[in-house]
Every structure is written in structure tokens, then in C-alpha cells.
Design a protein around this ligand. Structure first.
Ligand code: FRU
Length: 533
């Protein structure tokens, strides 16, 4: 098989060819999920951006439609950039998106379906009263983009646009009664110094007492709010949990939640420009994120494609109320077929067991480890604040007390190549510190790739001695969920030996304390239908 095929994903969202970036305007309409996304119809590098359009009944099997919007009017002639969908009363979806005008100013436009009785919403109209919002006096016209889904409070619509003032990242809020005439709020909705341009803001409520998701307009005592930005400077998505003051139209993060790159990440790997929406059929909030390639642009042109959307995740507030938990949508499980199961398998120091009988290059693995004792945990040095540096330093080979233990994904038979996803437990003053790593260092013998040691800490109580891990393995992506989705890490890797039938999967332990695989389930994943690629 050639390069084009071996690294193409089997069950992650990818159009048949070309470049993709941000997910745009996800929604459910008349029983169909819609996903728009930034797309270059002409090649495998960024450029010529249109809103490509796909629909699905189940978020897994997709049909690719003609682009919904492309540059055609003065207000978007230089590009149709990211944006969102809002469902207006009477079940009328409306797109808000950023257009680049003839002066390359970033302006906010809208588009509406031509025919609301067509559940595919194939055709979109851009009315003549566009643009709706232009950068005002003193605003940065080349950093003013990515309108959010609007929400409604007391008869007023509100929406956010990302921007910056010098190096201060911020979102500005606009208000409207009729969705057409928008007025800028005096104060930024939220901002933070030295964070640079805030791309693709997202703002939504989460329930305090239920696992269900909420419509974007829900406010009140039973909810907290989540605010996310994509930082152009670091290329990661950061969120905080906080409070929305509807009278002042300002957002205040909780003191357990930090803005900027000291803050929480949806994913401690490759995951950017994400966008969420409320699924009112299954009462859940779903989050879509984009993962770019970590090979070279030359390689992308050779492959003829670049970029994937990660598996959509349900998001809800953790019971600690300090963070979110994310989990792949349940529909993904319909792709599982032959199952292998292991239970009560002890892994002593240096042990490695192969999980045989599945297509290890295209698989879903869930495992729960049981740690009999934490006594041997290595001491934690409080200066280790950067998880990624710690993982680079203490890789899967570096023997520890409790851990490293976990999975070796996309491994070649003799381990010339492997992408380990693993935990290491440290002991600090009065608690344990859990590190989760997805280390691409040994993922490929190929030179010139970006091979980061992605990692995040896991805020988990080890009282029951259990740690769980789920990894979605799909040829050139490993998407992992630690401790039920408290810490997520996605990584793009390009093995040259561990491909197709030559990809293997192992569980391992390199800690001096033995650990037990309490239960492991692994499945081959079938390729979704209708992918027409
Ligand atoms: C984020 C982003 C957005 C912009 C779009 C352009 O990846 O830069 O800010 O709208 O991509 O494709």
C-alpha cells in the first residue's frame, strides 16, 4: 500500500481529498447531523477556503455534499472563514461566519438555508444586508473573527467575536433584538493579557446536577458556564469553568480555573479550533476538534490530503465542578466488531503482553488497571509543572516505581516503532500526582516528523487503586481518554513499519510495582459506510 493509503484514517472524519481545518457550525436539524468545515477544494495545503458540508444520521457515517458557502460576494470575496450555527425560533438555522472583504478586513456575515423543508440544507443564501458586523473604530481588522453560536437572554441575542488588542487576547460581545442589527458591548466579554489572538471562542452552559447537555441559552442557578479559546500563539484549545454575569454580559472564571496557557486543555495533544453544539434529540453537548498533520507539507501534497476531525465527544461537568469530562459519542461503538478480552492479567516489572486477534491499526481499546500499592511511587518534584517536559524526560522506558504502565499502540513487531500511551504515578506531600503521556518520540523511523511527548496531569483520586484508559487507534492518529475522559490526548503519528497488518498492540509495565489489568477489551473497528471515498 502506498503512503496515501497507509496513513489515511479508517473511522475518523476525512473528506476524500484535500486540506481541512476547523469544524464549523455543527448542528442537528430534522434528525440529521450537519458538519461544516474549513476546506481547500484545490489542494492539500491551506488556501481558497470554503465551508465544506457533510451530513450524517449518527455522527459516524457521513455523506459529503457540495460546499455550503464559498467566496462569491464583496463581503467574503477573500475567504469564508470560521463560524457557527444558531437555531432561531421556528427551527430556522442561521450561519454566522467571518468573511474577508476586498480590503481583507474581517467582517461577520450570515447565511440562511434556501429551502428549510430539505433536511440536507444543501443550498445557502447570503442576503444583501451583509456584512452584519464590521470592525469598528480602533479595532484590529485583521484579527476579528470566528463568531460563536448566539444565545438569547430576556429577548436579546448575544454573540462573541474573537480578537486582540496589542498582545491582549479577547472576545467582544454583540447584542441584537432581531439578529440583523448588532451593537457592540462597551466592555470585552472576557480578556487576558499576553495571550495573543483568541481564535474560535466557544461559550456554553453545563449542568451542575445532571449529565445532560444544555441549550446554549440556558442560564440560572443550576448551571455553570464554560468558555474556550484557541490560542493562535500555542495552537492549543484552553477552557475555563466559570460564571456568566448576564447583566454585565461578562464572564468570570472560577478561581480553580486559569486563563491562558496555564489553564485546562480539552486535549493535551493535537486538537484545535474546536466547536460544540447542543444535540436536543439525545440531550447532550457534543464537541468537535480538528487535528492537523504532524508530517511535512511536502508529504501532505504527496498524500493529497491533510487534516482530520477527531471523534466527536460528549462533554459534561465533572463532579468536582473544576473541569470537564469528555467521552467519544456512543455511536462510535457501532463500528466495533471482533472483540478480545483479557482479565486479571498481572504485569510485573518489564512485562509486555500482546493483544492479538484485532486489527491493531484500526481499533478501540478500553483497559482498567489495578494498582495494588502506591508505596513505591516516585517522589514528585513540585517544580515539574510542565507535563510534556516531564514525559519527554521520563519516557515509557524509564523505569519508575508505580508506572510507567499502559499501552504500546501502532507498534511494529520488534518494537522499532511504537506510540506508548501510559501513566506514571508520583507521590507528593499529601497526595498522588498522576501523569498521562502519549509519546510520539518512537512512533516512526521516518525522519523530519514532529514527534512530541504529549502529556497532561490527571486529577484523579486513586483511593480504589484503579486507573482506566481508552485509546482510539486509527492508522495515523491515537486519540486517548484517561480516567473516564478527565484527561485526553490526541496525537498524529506516521509509522512506516507498523502499518496495516503489521501494526501491533501491547500492554506493558515498566514500574517496579506490578499492576494488574483488571479488564481489557479491544475491538477491531470497521470502516463507516457512505464515506464515498
Ligand atoms: C483557526 C483559524 C480561524 C479562521 C480559520 C481560517 O484555525 O485560523 O481563526 O477563521 O482558521 O481558515
Amino acid at each position: 500500500a502506498n503512503v496515501k493509503e497507509v496513513h489515511r484514517t479508517g473511522f475518523h472524519f476525512q473528506p476524500p481529498e484535500n486540506w481541512i481545518n476547523d469544524p464549523n457550525g455543527p448542528m442537528i436539524y430534522k434528525g440529521l447531523y450537519h458538519l461544516f468545515y474549513q476546506y481547500n477544494p484545490k489542494g492539500a495545503v491551506w488556501g481558497n477556503i470554503v465551508w465544506a458540508h457533510s451530513v450524517s444520521k449518527d455522527l459516524i457515517n457521513w455523506e459529503f455534499l457540495e460546499p455550503a458557502i464559498w467566496p462569491s460576494k464583496p463581503f467574503d470575496i477573500n475567504g469564508c472563514w470560521s463560524g457557527s450555527v444558531t437555531i432561531l425560533p421556528g427551527n430556522r438555522p442561521i450561519i454566522l461566519y467571518t468573511g474577508l472583504d476586498p480590503q481583507k478586513r474581517q467582517v461577520q456575515n450570515y447565511a440562511i438555508p434556501k429551502n428549510l423543508s430539505d433536511p440536507y440544507l444543501r443550498e445557502w443564501i447570503k442576503p444583501d444586508n451583509n456584512p452584519l458586523v464590521v470592525p469598528g473604530e480602533g479595532m484590529n481588522a485583521t484579527a476579528f473573527r470566528d463568531p460563536t453560536t448566539a444565545w438569547r437572554v430576556d429577548g436579546h441575542w448575544k454573540m462573541l467575536v474573537g480578537t486582540k488588542r496589542k498582545h491582549r487576547g479577547m472576545t467582544v460581545l454583540y447584542r441584537s433584538r432581531d439578529f440583523m442589527k448588532w451593537t457592540k458591548a462597551q466592555h470585552p466579554f472576557h480578556s487576558k493579557e499576553h495571550t495573543g489572538m483568541w481564535e474560535c471562542p466557544d461559550f456554553f452552559p453545563v449542568s451542575l446536577h445532571s449529565e445532560n447537555g444544555l441549550d446554549t441559552s440556558v442560564i440560572g442557578e443550576n448551571v455553570k458556564h464554560v468558555f474556550k479559546v484557541s490560542l493562535d500563539l500555542t495552537r492549543y484549545d484552553y477552557y475555563t469553568v466559570g460564571t456568566y454575569d448576564k447583566n454585565k454580559d461578562r464572564y468570570i472564571p472560577d478561581n480553580t480555573s486559569v486563563d491562558g496557557w496555564g489553564g485546562l486543555r480539552y486535549d493535551y495533544g493535537n486538537f484545535y479550533a474546536s466547536k460544540s453544539f447542543f444535540d436536543d434529540v439525545k440531550n447532550r453537548r457534543i464537541l468537535w476538534g480538528w487535528a492537523n498533520e504532524s508530517d511535512t507539507a511536502t508529504h501532505d501534497v504527496e498524500k493529497g490530503w491533510a487534516g482530520i476531525q477527531l471523534i466527536p465527544r460528549t462533554v459534561r461537568l465533572d463532579s468536582s465542578r473544576k473541569q470537564l469530562v469528555q467521552w467519544p459519542v456512543e455511536e462510535l461503538e457501532t463500528l466495533r466488531w471482533n472483540n478480545v478480552e483479557l482479565s486479571n492479567q498481572k504485569l510485573t516489572k518489564g512485562n509486555k503482553v500482546e493483544i492479538k486477534g484485532i486489527t491493531a491499526g484500526q481499533a478501540d481499546v478500553e483497559v482498567t488497571f489495578k494498582i495494588p500499592s502506591l508505596e513505591k511511587a516516585e517522589p514528585f518534584d513540585p517544580s515539574w509543572v510542565n507535563a510534556q517536559e516531564l514525559c519527554a524526560h521520563k519516557g515509557s522506558h524509564v523505569q519508575g516505581g508505580v508506572g510507567p504502565f499502559g499501552l504500546l499502540t501502532l507498534a511494529s513487531k520488534n518494537l522499532e516503532e511504537y506510540t506508548p500511551v501510559f501513566f506514571r504515578v508520583f507521590k507528593s506531600k499529601d497526595k498522588h500526582v498522576v501523569l498521562m503521556c502519549s509519546d510520539a518520540t518512537s512512533s516512526s523511523l521516518k525522519q523530519g516528523l514532529y514527534k512530541p511527548s504529549f502529556a497532561g496531569f490527571v486529577d484523579v483520586d486513586l483511593a480504589d487503586g484503579k486507573l482506566s484508559l481508552r485509546s482510539l487507534i486509527d492508522h495515523s492518529v491515537v486519540e486517548s481518554f484517561g480516567a473516564g475522559g478527565k484527561t485526553c490526548i490526541s496525537s498524529r503519528v506516521y509509522p512506516i513499519l507498523a502499518v496495516m497488518k503489521d501494526a501491533h498492540l501491547f500492554a506493558f509495565n515498566n514500574g517496579s510495582e506490578s499492576v494488574t489489568i483488571e479488564k481489557l477489551n479491544a475491538w477491531s473497528m470497521v470502516k463507516p459506510k457512505q464515506m464515498n471515498n
